[in-house]
Design a protein around this ligand. Structure first.
Ligand code: AGP
Length: 606
């Protein structure tokens, strides 16, 4: 939920730290701060401000001293409101030790009481400040060894954390640690980086090191040492970042979200590469699928909606029971899990705490874990038996679009693969679906060529107080996703319903002029007529219906045409107009499209 950056090297530290914060601001943007080591033994230079990064940048001016090592932070507040005082970095009482943190320290209250009793003076309401004072004491007891102090402190913390610390006695040295929260190392030439994700330093280096759970990293401009909490040196996994810097830029689009909507033909094609119809044995390398009796998909938000579509496909093609669970609810009901359960966590970021903790619960009860993830080197895939990476590339906009359609592709591939493993999907069927999958990129392209009229139509409803979305079968999760997009971006009430459920109460919501979006099953589907009846029901009560489908619906006030596809694959196409509607409504309402209020891209707290 926060952006973490550290730099040490030959350049003036301010520039790479600021650049890193700009790239990470999507992770949280209610306050920001930077601390730099200026001269040995002197107080650190620090500046921090509530509000977006721009607020901090405006205060910097020419006052920033020379420095070759520093840390920076963009915050999504958990403990203590978004104020200058609560912004990170936090200092010890001498002003020589600075710390930044992503995550939640669950035992911070007890730690704070103990530290105040020792004479430490606290200035903020944050959980993080307990750590900097604890680290200050530990550093003294380790005769100034910051890494040894960090190892001791981490052993005392409960909760999740990415921590970075600098001390003015050691210019050029940064020590970091992580547990249940992301931290990667960027390996440069005469300079090194630490960050929440690679987008912070991709412009400087594509060579990265992955850090594991409860590991401490100690860097200078010319050295990188990784240990566990016992101090045993660890050799981290190295990898080359496949993205280039431009991929993380807007590419000429006004917003990342629009760029990512338009990237979907490519991200779908990239996710399909080499995985034709689930036949590629690589899809489940590392996991034994024999004897699976149940599939449980766990996810949050948009990823959860992808899981709901996956349920239809897996049950149909693999003939196995599928439960789809909201990750935040899953482990608290102590579900029945065993070694015959295949758990599929779906996560774009790979760091969503709700999903991670639910997955750990299932794993601790013997489940086999097969992750669907878009972020190489993130925590969820690292803790899974196997992972099917979606190749959607960096998704910067907080509202997920291309990651969602890539997750749908992953669901279809897993359904077909499971079906093949279980001997219930013939090669003919997988070839047939494979051909349909291969046509999706061009079909999405066709839709994107016709969005301008849809954007104009959307603006007619910009003052609506609510919008309802209807769908049946796989169109129902699609309707849920359309409603979530509109809530996230337009800050408008929106709700998705199963078409057949409307008459059991929600139809009372329909009033004269209520906008209703109907996600229509393909015209050839047995459910098309039933959905057409649902549209008649709401129209009879005054609704203005926008139908999305492969054929015009006479009763609809407006028809948005999408190409015909296999019924199960239709959400990949139908969701694109829904994404555009939400995008356009946000613009019409003057909202921040890429960083909507109250949200963060990766929710790494429970
Ligand atoms: C999607 O538009 C939302 N930003 C949010 O629901 C997101 O899908 C959810 O937080 C899960 O994130 P993840 O895929 O990174 O785990």
């Amino acid at each position: 939920m926060c952006g973490i950056v550290g730099y040490t090297g030959k350049a003036q530290a301010l520039s790479p730290v600021l650049e890193g914060l700009r790239r990470l601001e999507y992770r949280g943007y209610d306050s920001a701060g930077i601390a730099l080591v200026v001269a040995p033994g002197e107080a650190l230079w620090i500046e921090k401000r509530a509000g977006k990064l721009a607020n901090l940048e405006q205060t910097l001016g020419e006052s920033v001293p020379d420095s070759h090592s520093g840390i920076g932070h963009t915050r999504w507040a958990t403990h203590g409101g978004p104020t200058d005082t609560n912004a990170h970095p936090h200092l010890d009482n001498e002003g020589k030790l600075a710390l930044i943190h992503n995550g939640i320290i669950e035992n911070y209250v007890d730690l704070r009481s103990e530290l105040e009793a020792r004479g430490h003076i606290f200035t903020s309401e944050t959980d993080t400040e307990s750590v900097v004072h604890l680290l200050s004491d530990a550093r003294k007891s380790h005769h100034g060894d910051l890494a040894a102090a960090m190892r001791e402190v981490c052993a005392q913390l409960r909760g999740s954390f990415t921590l970075l610390a600098i001390h003015s006695d050691e210019p050029g040295r940064i020590v970091g640690a992580r547990r249940n929260s992301p931290l990667v190392v960027g390996v440069g030439n005469g300079e090194n980086f630490l960050a929440s994700d690679v987008s912070a330093f991709i412009a400087y280096t594509k060579h990265a090191l992955e850090l594991g759970q409860d590991e401490v990293v100690d860097i200078t401009s010319s050295s990188i040492v990784v240990t566990d909490l016992a101090g045993t040196v660890i050799t981290p996994r190295e990898y080359e970042i496949s993205w280039d810097a431009s991929a993380a830029e807007r590419g000429g689009f006004p917003h990342f979200m629009l760029k990512e909507i338009y990237e979907q033909p490519k991200s779908i094609a990239d996710t399909l590469i080499g995985r034709t119809a689930g036949l590629d044995p690589e899809i489940t390398a590392g996991i034994d699928l024999t004897g699976i009796s149940k599939v449980v998909i766990i996810a949050c938000g948009t990823a959860y909606h992808a899981g709901l579509v996956g349920k239809y496909a897996i049950e149909k093609w693999a003939n196995i029971a599928v439960e789809v669970e909201l990750a935040s609810e899953y482990r608290y009901r102590e579900p029945a899990v065993d070694s015959q359960t295949l758990v599929i966590p779906i996560s774009q970021s790979g760091e969503t705490m709700d999903t991670l903790m639910a997955m750990r619960y299932a794993r601790s009860h013997g489940a086999r874990v097969f992750a669907v993830c878009n972020t190489n080197g993130s925590t969820i895939p690292r803790e899974s038996d196997a992972v099917l990476y979606t190749h959607a590339g960096p998704e910067i906009a907080v509202a997920s679009t291309k990651a969602f359609t890539a997750q749908l592709i992953a669901m279809y591939l897993i359904a077909l693969h499971l079906g093949r493993v279980r001997g219930v999907v013939t090669k003919e069927l997988s070839d047939e679906i494979g051909l349909e999958l291969a046509e999706l990129p061009s079909k999405v392209e066709q839709i994107l060529e016709t969005v301008e009229p849809l954007r104009a139509l959307t603006r007619q409803f910009k003052d609506a107080t609510s919008m309802l979305f209807l769908g049946r079968h796989v169109g129902y999760p699609t309707a849920l996703e359309g409603a979530l997009k509109l809530k996230e971006l337009a800050y408008m009430h929106a709700e998705g319903f199963a078409g057949g459920e409307l008459k059991h109460g929600p139809i009372a919501l329909i009033d004269q002029g209520t906008p209703v979006i109907a996600v229509m099953p393909p015209a050839q589907s047995a459910l098309h007529e039933k959905m057409a009846s649902n549209v008649m029901e709401v129209k009879a009560r005054g609704a203005v219906v926008i139908a999305i489908g492969d054929a015009d619906l006479p009763s609809a006030a407006h028809n948005i045409r999408i190409p015909t596809s296999h019924e199960f694959l239709q959400p990949v196409l139908a969701v694109v107009p829904l994404q555009v509607i939400a995008y356009e409504m946000a613009i019409a309402r003057g909202n921040d499209v890429d960083q909507p209020r109250n949200l963060a891209k990766s929710v790494t707290v429970e």
